[in-house]
Design a protein around this ligand. Structure first.
Ligand SMILES: [Zn+2]
Length: 646
């Protein structure tokens, strides 16, 4: 028996070196020799230990997959496809957590798995499924040699990882396969969710672990500790986890991953950004679908190298001058790219972009491609000059931080940008209104303000190039129609700095009218989930500016009538209440409780703010409850909530 244990331990150590560390210490022949000895011993004694490597052969095909409920739900992650969306995530985090630290890691594109251990022994492998229940793929998973059957940790444990097939393995497989596998992602899903474990074994998948989903004893205080725990227990962990002290560092790490992933043997489609501190995560909690403390930044991009021919400066509606690189045409993701953006002058310097240089250019989810950085300077490369005057109206520019502004509000590109922003689909949704329309309205009719759109006449529009009867009447109709705009779209249309669609929604939810909002202080505004201090400041200042107040009044008196959703029912149980749910309720799902409150006239909030009037605290309520106590907000338990309903 001692010999059997000795053989198992030695073989497992060798397998660990080979499959997890990619650092074999013995030849295949030496391994096979001991393996055969073990197999023979097992046949003689009729005993097979739980962690014997002989357990890792495919076994017979199964008829169907069993189901298994994960101990803790496996959440998927919210996605960000642009830096705007990523910034919205950072803003939400900073509102909930002081001085947050982030971790950034690779997001692998495969099949998410959950492995269960008990008493130090591997019990079961399941797919993520819908997050609550997954398919039992233990037999298939056993053929994967890069995870341990025995671990040091002795409690009940569920760990999460991504099953992947290495690109080199896929290539080899395709060399001899009857049926070619198109991509690594489908290949791995097909390998694991295959009733025949021999197919799984043939395709040689691997699992990269990144999360401890549940542990019965102990607590891992940070994401770094998660990685360390996994690694210490013999799981394969991809050796990249960047701890970032702020958003800038996190973005640098994302860019680093984006560059490096091209050289990787595994398919990646993004970077995962998490709050490092697990206690801080609890204060943020979860939405119906996602943790609020993590997000996946998705790369859906294609990149190429091209040469910068020139850099010109564009003026936006806020007056900001944005450098635009004109590049030698290059094919990217099915389109011919001739220009690419840079954020500001600081970005030009940081990315070391010069006219004449070769640069790495990326076309991603955003419409205009961006420059990632210089690859090589030519002999005659010329530095990009910082503009001293507006390229359009020649006003002397103003510098604010890393940005440069044209201060002239009547500068044509600014006016055109304002009109275009106002008319766009997500704002007033004026159909048939293009950039060209905005240009002509300004150039030919001298329109400078959005409110002037509402007094346009057919006679005036006849003066514009390409405007015939039909087009004129359509445009006038859609301008008229835009008057009954939802309030959140109206707020977005106003073009207040920092007020994007998400912030506009938040403002609409929390203020009954534009008038109420116009009187709000920055202090009040910053309480909202999606409003950071700079935006709060900008909103307060926007309404204080006489010119804006005048324009707002002009819009309203022209008949623009922002619509709110149906007013709350007076006399309803929760009328006028701003309610926060925290902790676990026994008799209601959180989404059920929310919809009951909303049906009865209440507004549900995601966080306790000065506006909150009622907190419903279930079991194990945490920081939200503490905050409510501090603020002296009325707190009730589940029973009291039920009594209110009856
Ligand atoms: Zn200008």
């Amino acid at each position: 028996m001692n010999r059997m244990r000795e053989l198992i331990d030695t073989l497992n150590k060798w397998a660990y070196e080979y499959y997890v560390l990619d650092n074999p210490s013995v030849s295949d022949r030496e391994y096979d020799k001991l393996y055969d000895e073990l197999k023979e011993l097992e046949e003689q004694t009729g005993v097979t230990e739980f962690d014997s490597p002989t357990k890792r052969v495919g076994g017979e095909p199964v008829k169907s997959f069993g189901e298994h409920e994960h101990i803790e739900r496996l959440y998927s992650l919210d996605k960000a496809v642009s830096y705007d969306e990523l910034d919205a995530f950072f803003t939400r985090v900073k509102k909930a957590v002081a001085e947050p630290q982030y971790t950034v890691e690779y997001k692998f594109d495969g099949l998410t798995m959950c492995l269960t251990y008990d008493g130090g022994k591997f019990v079961r492998a399941t797919t993520r499924g819908n997050g609550v229940k997954g398919e039992d793929v233990t037999a298939q998973c056993l053929t994967i040699k890069s995870f341990p059957l025995a671990i040091d940790y002795k409690g009940l444990l569920e760990v999460q990882g991504e099953a992947v097939i290495r690109l080199s393995v896929l290539e080899n497989y395709n060399k001899t396969a009857k049926e070619q596998l198109k991509n690594a992602r489908n290949a791995v899903a097909g390998a694991i969710r295959n009733l025949d474990p021999r197919v799984t074994a043939e395709r040689k998948p691997d699992i990269l672990f990144y999360n401890v989903n549940y542990m019965s004893e102990g607590f891992l205080p940070t994401q770094e500790e998660h990685f360390k725990f996994l690694s210490d227990n013999g799981f394969k962990v991809f050796p990249y986890l960047r701890l970032c002290k702020n958003e800038e560092e996190a973005k640098r790490a994302i860019e680093e991953i984006d560059l490096e992933r091209k050289n990787l043997d595994v398919l990646t489609d993004g970077a995962v950004i998490k709050l490092n501190d697990c206690a801080a995560r609890d204060t943020m909690g979860y939405t119906d679908k996602f943790p609020r403390w993590a997000t996946a930044y998705k790369f859906e991009a294609e990149e190429s190298v091209t040469r910068v021919k020139d850099v010109i400066w564009q003026v936006g509606r806020t007056g900001k001058l944005t450098p635009l690189a004109l590049v030698e045409p290059v094919e990217l993701a099915g389109a011919t790219v001739k220009k690419a953006t840079l954020y500001n002058y600081g970005d030009v310097l940081r990315k070391d972009v010069k006219i004449g240089s070769k640069v790495l250019i990326r076309r991603s989810n955003e419409v205009i491609p961006e420059i990632l950085g210089a690859v090589e300077h030519a002999e005659g490369s010329v530095p990009v000059e910082k503009p001293a005057v507006c390229p359009y109206c020649k006003s002397a520019v103003e510098e604010v931080g890393a940005n440069i502004f044209c201060p002239n509000k009547k500068c044509r590109p600014r006016v055109v940008g304002r009109l275009e922003h106002f008319a766009q689909k997500d704002a007033m949704d004026i159909e048939g209104f293009s950039e060209k329309t905005a240009e002509q309205l300004n150039e030919i009719l001298g329109i400078e303000k959005c409110s002037q759109l509402y007094s346009l006449t057919a006679e005036q529009l006849k003066l514009l190039d390409g405007f015939k009867d039909k087009k004129i009447s359509n445009l006038l109709k859609s301008i008229e129609k835009s008057k009954n705009v939802p309030q959140e779209r109206f707020l977005f249309a106003l073009g207040i700095d920092g007020v994007g669609k998400v912030a506009a929604k938040d403002l609409t939810k929390n203020f009954q009218s534009i008038e109420e909002l116009s009187n709000a202080s920055a202090e009040q505004l910053v309480q909202l989930e999606n409003i950071g201090d700079i935006t709060a400041e900008a909103i307060e200042n926007w309404f204080k500016e006489p010119e804006n107040a005048e324009e707002l009044a002009a819009l309203l008196s022209a008949g623009v009538n922002p619509q709110r959703k149906a007013k709350t029912v007076v006399g309803a149980i929760f009328a006028g209440e701003y309610v926060v749910l925290t902790g676990t309720l026994n008799r209601y799902k959180r989404s059920e409780a929310q919809s009951i409150i909303e049906k009865n006239g209440g507004e549900c909030q995601s966080a306790v703010t000065a506006k909150t009037t009622l907190v419903i605290a279930g079991e194990a309520a945490g920081s939200k409850l503490e905050k409510a106590k501090k603020l002296g907000i009325k707190i009730i338990d589940e029973t009291a909530f039920e009594n209110m309903l009856n």
